[in-house]
Structure formats: C-alpha cells, structure tokens
Design a protein around this ligand. Structure first.
Ligand code: ADP
Ligand code: MG
Length: 522
C-alpha cells in the first residue's frame, strides 16, 4: 500500500476551484466599490484614519487604496493596478480600479453561465485591443505630437483637478500655472518630470499659490548674522560635515600646560576657519550643506558674508544641484569653478514661524516650483495631490500620444466599438467581449450616479448624442450635470491615461480569473 504524500504543511489553508474564484472576485469587487463614489468631479471624498490616528481626507483613488489596510491578496492586486496607473501616467487610478471591479463582476456572471475562465480571459484581451483602437480613434486632431495647443493642455490639467477640492475658480488659475510650469522646463529633448517641483505651505488661501522659477527649500541660515538675500549668487552644494575632523583612532592626549591647550584650540580654530576661507576664495556666496555645519564654522561663514544652510535634506541637495548646475561636492579641497552653480537670486523669507529659501532665476530656472498655499494642512495636502496629478497629465498629454474627450465620452466610444466588433467574433468568446463593453459602460454610469443623474436615462441620452454628434459626455458644471460636448466644455483627458487604465484593469482582472487554487501558508 502506498503512503499518502503530504506536500503542504498542516497549517496551510487551501481553497480551490469555484470557491477560490468566488472569493477572489468578491474581494476585487469590494475594493473597486470602495472607490467608485469618488469618481469624477462630483465624486465624494473619503476620510481615512490610520492606526496612529492620522487623518487623510482625499478623493484620490490611489491614495485611498494605499491608505486602506488591505489584506486580501486578490484585493491587493487591484491596489497594485492603481499604483501602476499612478506611476505610469499619474491619473486615472479610480477609473482603473472601478473598471477592474466591473470586469470581475461581469466575469462572475459568465462563469455562472459555464463559460470557461480561459475563454473569458481571451475575450477580455481581444476586447482590450479593440478598446485601444477606439482610443486612438478618439484622439483629438492636432493634440498628438509636440506642438499641442496650450489651451488644450490647460483643459487637461483642469479636468484632472476638478473635484479635488481646489474650487472651480482656483482650478482654472492653477491649471494655467501647471501648464506654464511644464512649458518652462520643456526642452528639445522633451520634459524631465523631475524638474517640476511642488512645495506646500499653509497660512494663505489656495488662490495665493504661485509659480517660482527655481527651487524652494525649507531651511534657515546656519547663523543669524548671515545675509538673507544674495543676488547673482554662486552656489555650492556640499555633502560633507563642516566641523573638526575626528581622528580615526581613539587617541587621548594629555595637556599639561596652558600653552599646549591654547595651541590645540588654535589648531582646531584654524581648521574651522579654513573651511570658510576655502569657500570664500572659490567665490561661493551661498552654501547648501547636506551635513552638519559647526556653529563656529557658521560664525566664520557669516563673517565672510556667505549665506549657508546645514543639514539640508539629501533630496533637496539633489534638486538644488540639478537646478543651479552645481556639482555635489564630497570635500572642500580643490574646488573648481565648474563645480559651482548659480542663481540670479537666493532669498530667505519668513513665513509665519519658519524660514523658506527661494533659489530663483538664472541657471536655477531650469527647474520650476509650484508654490502651493492653503488654509490648513489637509487642504494643502489634497491640493498637492491634485497638482501633482495635473502636472503628470500635462506631461503625458505632451509626451505620449495626445488628448481624448473626457466626461465618459471616450468610454462610450470604446464600448460602442467593442460591442460592434463583438458581433463578428465566433463562439462564446463573443459573450466575453460584450461583457467587456458592459464593464466599460459602468464608468459613464458611475459618473452619472455621482452627479446625481438617473444613470439609465443618462446613458440613453449619452448614446443618442454620441450617435448624432460623434462625441458626447456627462458634463458637470457647477451643481448639475448634463449631456453635452466635452471638447467644447474643455473636459479632456490624456489618451495615455485611458490606454493605461484599459491595460492595467484587463491584466489584473484576467490574472485574478486565472487563479483556481489559493494556498495560504499560516
Ligand atoms: P481618476 O482617479 O480615475 O482620475 P477622477 O475622480 O479624477 O478619477 O475622475 C476622472 C473622470 O472625471 C474622467 O473620466 C474625467 O473625464 C472626468 N471629468 C473631469 N472633469 C469633468 C467635468 N467637468 N465633467 C464631467 N466629467 C469630468
Ligand atoms: Mg483624476
């Protein structure tokens, strides 16, 4: 008789077949449902409180899913979809999560009708390809390629911000700032996303937000007697400590008389003064040091008229070096002119209790900073998320394949195209392709629901206008929503956001569908 063979530990838990599928699909749908009410400009916000009591109020799908402590592995896959979406294109995270949930929900029905998961997976992939064609088709003329109109870009930026607590009037102005910022750093080689910074500060309304040609850092001068403003500044960025060098060996020496003591102090002092002299001789006016600056060195630097900052964050050191053209120095010996950067103006300004350093103009304007203001911490945080998305979509619209009508219009075009093409597909795969089209319809339906419209009526009206005019969306204006032309209303999304959402949602949903065995180790 053969011995039974155990390959799993006794504690591991296993679900197989339909039960595994059902539990995964339910978990996936639950996650998608958690964010669906936030979709669109009239979407609601969520208040998330973590175990330490920190509160985040947001409308941003990626942030919600990141902050929610999701454990179910299939649900976790949807969180990853929204993370990928955020990383790749910076917007459309709710769209991607809702679409994944809908694809799973339709698949559940198909499984109940005995469609094999493999057939559903194939159908979904084919539908996703059809969707890509529909997106290409929907790209607005002249928006593809480098010389896209600034007006279109402002609309894209503004569309990505609406509903994110910026207010309609400020959204308009902020969108213009975002486009100006992105255009400012655009070169013949394209745009480096790293050159657009966002800096937040509470204490003023969001309408006081502004564009700074350069970078901002939260630092205060190392010494009170330093100048607080320097024009035509020569800038050094240093990554080593400015203090008495500690010897490698733990040496102890005994000092027996006052002369020896004085000599030791003298030697130390000479070393510290040497730092200031080296910088001064090299012509440095402003020093950003990512390590500690000894108080005495700070004093000598102040005497030499140098504005210096110690313990600068490494991330800021990097931005400062990039913006001013300075090299990051490991030591002060042999500084050369080419190691130093420049800025037209370096100014320390006081905001409430804290200092803020503006490094502006000249070489420094290779970088720009959106300086965002808001009444409270929560407001500026949400504003920062909205602006970051807006910068991302603006870059995506310029760099990767143009702009499509928003407000559900592209989704209607996708589902119509997919449904129409399904008719020519043989066999039961056709059902899966149609299910994909239904899942895409859920996006405009959710927009309608969140606007307070009757979703069924709204979809009928949408289709009717889409038929007659070729383009129709659910435009939110002020309090209400109505069916209209999104291009005219300036509701636009980058094509890249739609492409990425279709791709990542299809991948996640099909990955979850392929699983028929869940083995969890304890
Ligand atoms: P996501 O996380 O997917 O970006 P959002 O909550 O930002 O979710 O909503 C994005 C959707 O809202 C897009 O389909 C976009 O076209 C649409 N949208 C943006 N502004 C408007 C508007 N004024 N009217 C109708 N729809 C809009
Ligand atoms: Mg968005």
């Amino acid at each position: 008789m053969q011995q039974p063979l155990f390959i799993l530990s006794e504690d591991s838990q296993r679900t197989t077949g339909a039960a595994a599928q059902e539990s995964n699909i339910r978990a996936g749908k639950a996650v998608a449902n958690a964010v669906r009410t936030t979709l669109g400009p009239r979407g609601m916000d969520k208040m998330l409180i973590d175990s330490s009591g920190t509160v985040v109020v947001t409308n941003d799908g990626a942030t919600i899913l990141e902050e929610m402590d999701i454990e179910h592995p299939a649900a976790q896959m949807i969180v990853e979809v929204s993370e990928t979406q955020e990383e790749e294109v910076g917007d459309g995270t709710t769209t991607a999560a809702v679409l994944t949930g809908e694809l799973l929900s339709r698949a559940e029905d198909l499984l109940e009708d005995d469609l094999h998961p493999t057939v559903i997976v194939e159908g979904y992939y084919e539908a996703a390809r059809l969707a890509e064609d529909a997106i290409d088709e929907a790209v607005i003329d002249g928006s593809d390629g480098g010389d896209i109109d600034d007006d279109l870009l402002v609309s894209v930026a503004e569309s990505s911000m609406t509903g994110k607590g910026t207010g309609d009037v400020t959204a308009d102005r902020l969108a213009e700032l975002v486009v100006r910022a992105v255009r400012q750093v655009e070169t013949d080689d394209g745009i480096d996303r790293e050159d657009v910074h966002v800096h937040t500060r509470t204490g003023a309304s969001s309408s006081a937000s502004d564009l700074v040609e350069g970078v901002l850092v939260d630092e205060e001068p190392a010494d009170d007697n330093m100048p607080r403003t320097v024009e035509d500044a020569t800038v050094a960025v240093l990554d080593s400590k400015l203090e008495v060098r500690e010897s490698e060996i733990d040496a102890e020496y005994t000092i027996s008389d006052v002369d020896q003591l004085n000599a030791a102090i003298e030697a130390e002092d000479r070393e510290l003064r040497g730092y200031a002299e080296a910088l001064s001789e090299a012509g440095v006016d402003v020093l950003f040091c990512t390590k500690k600056i000894d108080d005495r060195v700070a004093g000598y630097l102040a005497d030499a008229g140098i504005l210096a900052f110690g313990n600068v964050k490494s991330k800021d050191g990097r931005s400062l070096a990039r913006a001013t053209g300075a090299k990051r120095l490991g030591t002060l010996s042999d500084i050369e002119e080419s190691d130093l950067g420049s800025a037209e103006n370096v100014t320390v300004e006081r905001y409430d209790e804290d200092d803020l350093v503006f490094v502006e103009g000249g070489a420094a304007s290779a970088a720009v900073t959106l300086f965002l203001r808001g009444g409270t911490e929560h407001v500026v945080d949400e504003l920062e998320r909205a602006i970051t998305d807006a910068v991302d979509v603006t870059v995506a619209a310029i760099d990767s394949g143009g702009v499509v009508p928003g407000a559900g219009a592209t989704e209607i075009a996708i589902s119509d195209h997919v449904r129409a093409s399904a008719a020519s597909v043989e066999g039961r795969k056709q059902l899966a392709i149609e299910a994909f089209a239904d899942a895409v319809d859920a996006l405009p339906r959710t927009l309608a629901e969140n606007t307070g419209l009757d979703p069924i009526d709204a979809l009928v009206d949408l289709r009717a206008l889409h038929e007659s005019a070729g383009c129709a969306g659910l435009i939110s204006t002020g309090r209400a929503g109505e069916v209209g032309d999104p291009i005219e209303a300036g509701v636009l999304d980058p094509a890249a956001v739609k492409r990425e959402a279709v791709q990542s949602a299809t991948e996640a949903a099909t990955m979850i569908l392929r699983i028929d065995d869940v083995i969890a180790a304890e």
